[in-house]
Design a protein. Sequence first.
Lengths: 354, 354, 354, 354
Amino acid sequence: MSKIPVAVLGATGNVGQRFVSLLQDHPTFEIAALTSSERKVGGHLKDFWRLEDVPLAPDVASIELQPLDVSVLRKHDIVAAFSALPAEIAVDVETNAAQSGVRIFSNASAHRMDADVPLLLPEVNPNHLPLVERQPSFREGGFVVTNPNCSITGLALPLKPLVDALDLTDVHVATYQALSGAGYPGVPSLDITANVVPFIESEEEKMRREAKKILGSMSDGILPSPIDVWANCARVAVRDGHLEAVSIPLKDDVPPREIARLLSSFRGEPHVQQLPTAPKQPVIVRAESNRPQPLLDLMAGEPARARGMAGTVGRIRVVGRVVRFFVLSHNTIRGGAGGSLLNAELAHRRGYLD
Amino acid sequence: MSKIPVAVLGATGNVGQRFVSLLQDHPTFEIAALTSSERKVGGHLKDFWRLEDVPLAPDVASIELQPLDVSVLRKHDIVAAFSALPAEIAVDVETNAAQSGVRIFSNASAHRMDADVPLLLPEVNPNHLPLVERQPSFREGGFVVTNPNCSITGLALPLKPLVDALDLTDVHVATYQALSGAGYPGVPSLDITANVVPFIESEEEKMRREAKKILGSMSDGILPSPIDVWANCARVAVRDGHLEAVSIPLKDDVPPREIARLLSSFRGEPHVQQLPTAPKQPVIVRAESNRPQPLLDLMAGEPARARGMAGTVGRIRVVGRVVRFFVLSHNTIRGGAGGSLLNAELAHRRGYLD
Amino acid sequence: MSKIPVAVLGATGNVGQRFVSLLQDHPTFEIAALTSSERKVGGHLKDFWRLEDVPLAPDVASIELQPLDVSVLRKHDIVAAFSALPAEIAVDVETNAAQSGVRIFSNASAHRMDADVPLLLPEVNPNHLPLVERQPSFREGGFVVTNPNCSITGLALPLKPLVDALDLTDVHVATYQALSGAGYPGVPSLDITANVVPFIESEEEKMRREAKKILGSMSDGILPSPIDVWANCARVAVRDGHLEAVSIPLKDDVPPREIARLLSSFRGEPHVQQLPTAPKQPVIVRAESNRPQPLLDLMAGEPARARGMAGTVGRIRVVGRVVRFFVLSHNTIRGGAGGSLLNAELAHRRGYLD
Amino acid sequence: MSKIPVAVLGATGNVGQRFVSLLQDHPTFEIAALTSSERKVGGHLKDFWRLEDVPLAPDVASIELQPLDVSVLRKHDIVAAFSALPAEIAVDVETNAAQSGVRIFSNASAHRMDADVPLLLPEVNPNHLPLVERQPSFREGGFVVTNPNCSITGLALPLKPLVDALDLTDVHVATYQALSGAGYPGVPSLDITANVVPFIESEEEKMRREAKKILGSMSDGILPSPIDVWANCARVAVRDGHLEAVSIPLKDDVPPREIARLLSSFRGEPHVQQLPTAPKQPVIVRAESNRPQPLLDLMAGEPARARGMAGTVGRIRVVGRVVRFFVLSHNTIRGGAGGSLLNAELAHRRGYLD
């Protein structure tokens, strides 16, 4: 059976390159087109490649970068497109592509809060996927599915089993976010070398409102969750991997061992767990005194295809009805390209790509 | 009038060097002796100097390092000694020196929680100072005064006016702590380069228990404050300056402007504000969207002698009865040597060095 | 006597800010105008200030940024202007300003190799200054004087006494250049964090050709020096300070002590050494095994006004007729704004600003 | 056919861990014993694992760390041992082990300059290997083979074809060396964060004398090469990978294209090129303007088993009979564990392990 032809929109950025790296030898999808901004059109991805840990496959390296145009998608019979576009461009492009029948799996923030667009984390809210049927473009076969902001993705994975099992409403979190999250060229080195920058545009608001949607219940539309995520977001001089320090008041006494058990045993629904890019264990709990660390836990996740797809939690402490822990996740894999890829795998499994 | 002869105990470490830098041209105190660990005795501080931003005065550079011994303190008629000793050494040395009549101003954690030892932040709890009169050594003229842990120092400054004016009990905080806080050699570069380490031994416990003492009320001993500081502490690749992300549930609606006003207008008692090393404004509030930053706000504080003694708060936000902000303070000045020096100035002002 | 009114052209960049910091309390010059690129005109320097180690004086902070225009210079009776402009803009702007009678002291590379423009390092080639009299604009009172590229500046200081005393022609050098040398935003953090970039556009060529001019002899024009500087230039994750590793074949046996003596005793001519910003000792030689280091030796130079104006040499070794050493200099002070300021002081001393 | 049982001596250090990572699935060798310093004996390697990019195989993770003792080697029938010991321990231990019949492949500097010990780089001087037959222990079947210092390894690879083809004697080189080269804990973070340290104990001397031996000719013993390597060595805040800036005076005119051709076409002897860990192309030449970079070129080398075994050269320039280029190599793979492993493969191929 032949693979499904897909495109990567905005293939030369940090998340775009991650999409390409994950799609290079994917069992279901195959890259048929790569688009870029005007001035790179006609060039090749290898001239912009910055993923030091992943070799670019020769057949992908030789694909010519094309303009961001619905006609390009048509020419290559693109069934689904992965969008790593900037939000301001994504607004129209994604809608237009969907209306021409393409299934869009987007990392852009543009449509995340649209009422009929799923903000999807397959282990957390797979039941939100059918929202796509309410999109006007669905009649043409196209739709938009988004993955959440990288910081809330890493937090939502451990939050889901805790919210389900315990009585809690407020989540205080401070982030230590990696440079790759700001794109390229991104953060100037003079701003961040031997420094911390305690501000990331709109990040804290995104974390709060996206958490309410992801954890919201699905009825006639999504009913926002009562959970409030109170975030303080900062950039640190780390290349990849968002670390988050979490502090949650509980209404009952819960031993740390029980928190660890809830997190380690958390799994998505069986059909989610079988997706190619799904990590066997979405949240890994480490017992060491000084983990998770970006350098050491960045690529957590098994099997090989799911490296970087698991969150890692460590330093679980409960004192006086407040639970504290750290969680780390790969911001451009789990919190970006890998997240959207898993969304596409779920959509495929559920028949939405047929 | 001649200056008061003082010693620095443990003069070659990060905090010890800060003590020396602040005492070099102090109006009240003058360095009469410097002690070090055995293997450096006989050497000179200039061979160990690592404070790139402060030149070592020639007369101090030529003082010979001496062993840590009460007889050394006696020989130099030391009235007060600043201790930058490791906790395990400080336990006995500080007690012995106090019993021989020396006033100890210590950055070590050894005696911070002793019932009769003030854990002093002059702008916050100057009324705790008379606790020293209960120390057994006080009859000999000696006593021990401690300054709090560097991380809680930076937090306690903005917390004091908030606790006094508002109804709050829980303070969630995550720290971004500098390398100098771990001493020298301290953190191996392979552990922290392009990484974050989410663990600092005992730091989170210290923050909670020291906050309860600092903010506690003084009657017959100190009644611990009901404030609970829930900390997640991490080390980042910054040279100096602890940044802290704070999130505090309030029981009432308070506009951010009011928070800013409370913080900016916070002052110590008049006799505290006149001390040589006291910053004119203990908490500086910045309006920029991306401050405070370690590199830019590290040395906040006026006049010149108080550089590094002010905390800087920024990004004050209040949403849904939760106030969030960042605060930065210099960990080895305000949170170390400068803190103890200010304590000594207060003790001097109150007649405890006579 | 009133001070001479000067302007800083391109005041918001890294070197522009250094110009301002050095001119803030200068004994001879006073800032009368600051120019910036179009989009910052009307703003104030304080909104762009990034020099964490230097407070901006209130009177300078309140100067409105003005457009880069000869009429602006005229309006403020500008006698001399310090140029921190990008080369492509400097080409015309500097020439025009000179033709309107302004003395330009430029850090831009645009006119450095012009036959009638001095490439001036006061301790090294003060005799090149009269070249300005050959410039067409000199009749109007205006002229252009340039300071050399930051990397060759740091090298030329120790090279001068060696070239004068010893028989040598080839200088092999590798650089470890700071981030501030690339301007702001400059090097993306993703390129340089935990990395080295072995390329700086045109830097190696500039080092070779500028050395030939600086060390050239002055007769009827400048006769290029036979010295060949063979450079390998790289960027490292250091904020300020260019370190250079030097290896020079000698034709004779010279003990390292003699090299150290030549360097330490090097001085400019007496009238140069008395300039306000001239360091008492242009090249400081350190005996420690691990110096110079950017963090520790960056601000070398006395008196206070000359901090950052001295080069620091260390690790002098001579084996088999090859001398090796490291040299460090502050790239935006000695190798930028401070260098041009010293040039202006020399011109003033010689009567060229009357 | 069963694999050859080998031991790693000093398995918990940076190079020790690299030995283990490379031996984990080796076609010829299998790990039978791991030794460590006293205080780690009885523990397991997984508790010390710091190679973030390599998972530790479960069967290796469960091997108990044993004391450094000849009886341990005997008990496990160790044929060959890979030594990552500190030099001062290696002196005696390696000699004793060899005398008891074990073949030692050592990364330690202790025996590198011994007249009867090969300092082996298989692509460069495979003919030095028979020196082992002159070692007193050879009668017992044991011997010591060493790999060169990491910095000279990376330089010797491109130097060999140049020395063979061109007329040159002096090689000026400056290094940008990674943190992992200093072992663990190694360089304190306060020394190197946002800094460069221009000193690495004995490194420059090692580079000169080891180059003379590696490139020396073999007759009745090794006749040192006339090549002089003049090094300036510095440590930078890079995790892995030594970059070197090279400048070589030539006696003839040679176009850069010819230099590139000599380097790219350089190969070891056929039987060397077929060894499992030998890179297909020992020196890779890159044409980009800003390569090699540690982050991007660290793992150069094909096939998969030879990742990190190739040197990468870039920025070849020839001006006025001086050739300049940068070269990068992995200091703990090619310049450490991988180098010794390749030596062992060569010894095996030549029958020295029978």
